[in-house]
Design a protein around this ligand. Sequence first.
Ligand code: GLU
Length: 459
Amino acid sequence: MIVTRFAPSPTGYLHVGGLRTALYNYLFARANGGKFVLRIEDTDLKRNSVEAAHAIEEAFKWCKLDYDGEIIYQSSRFDLYKEYVQKLLDEGKAYKCYMSKVELDELRASQEARKERPRYDGRYRDFTGTPPAGIEPVIRIKAPTSGTIEFRDGIKGDVKFNCEDMLDDFIIARSDGTPTYNFTVVIDDALMGITHVIRGDDHLSNTPKQIVLYQALGFAIPEFFHVAMINGSDGKKLSKRHGATDVMEYKELGYLPDALLNFLVRLGWSHGDDEIFSLEVMKKYFSPYYINKSASTYNLSKLDWLNAHYIKTLSFDRLNSEMKQFGLNFKDIQKGELLLESLRSRAKTLIELKNSALSIINRPTSYDEKALNKFINEKSVNLLEKFENILNDNLKTAAEFEEITNEFLKQNNSTLKDLAQPLRIAITGTSVSPSIFEVLEILGSMEAKERIKMLIKFL
Ligand code: GLU
């Protein structure tokens, strides 16, 4: 069975790049009847917080990504890690190193002076003497000193590391007893039966170290997929300069999770020329073996385009439930369904949708200067006044409003162009709104009359 995991270090919020990694792992497991585990790597007790872990959970909920079992917190597994450190010590595969900070600094300085890569020199590897007093040792693994570590990466292909260049006897437990990242990740991946590790390629250089540990512990090595990073439009590493990086910020900005996931899945993976992927369709086609080798570029206009697509095509009930989070329940609004239907095709975000709905629901409190200058003059005011007179309570549907308006325009030797913009200004305060007849149906004649009178009074 395929078992994948997402293993974020909680540092405040879930990064969009992290969400993409999570999504890839999720899809691969779900598409194959496998398991997907969420593991919070919070062993750095100084930097990690419960709130940060909750922020990840919240982002998962918003995106409707479910995981199997409970969330696993590494901070609750210290005893387990200790056991395995002890096992390696007992088997002579790891050892205590008593090098002081001063000695370590000296070693580093001398290596740098010789233009060598800073690395531990193995001085306690075979130490059998009396340990120096007053020093709490770190635990180091006995890493191979020659040869190569090779593996086949599902994305990058064959990867080879020269042990002499890449490895030293790295630390698996600090002097305070806490285990290091490379150690905990191997213990957990092995004990949780993770078969495929899909993660950012910033972890590629950790992989040979982890393989050393798998071998020392006698665990089966999972298959690795190292995904190239996401870059901003300037080719530099994605950062806040390129747009929001916190997943939940996208929610606040009025993006749908459907659009964000669709956007992220395509950053690094494709299926023909297809652009639209619901979670179901992603599950059908996604394979980590087809993730691109090269870095992808973050292009927010694509996200806007996708968001507009989902706003246009979601069911009324789903869109309405999303809008409730922005304080608008279209089921409680007069002609709410028609209002939402007539507005949704123009909105790029839920915030835009909300604002355009409010501009119809609420009477204008001001009028757009430019629109007034452009469309309001003696002739248009005259036409509006006459139009206001023919509006009456018998008119109900958009079609009825359209019919009477056409008749009215004919009698007054005018066209819809002469009336529509001034009417829009009267109704919403601006010259943008959807079909004027739908707006008239939504508001009803009495409200429309009132707003026309308001504008005329204002002028
Ligand atoms: N906790 C690591 C991070 O957030 C990821 C570990 C992994 O995927 O192996 O970068």
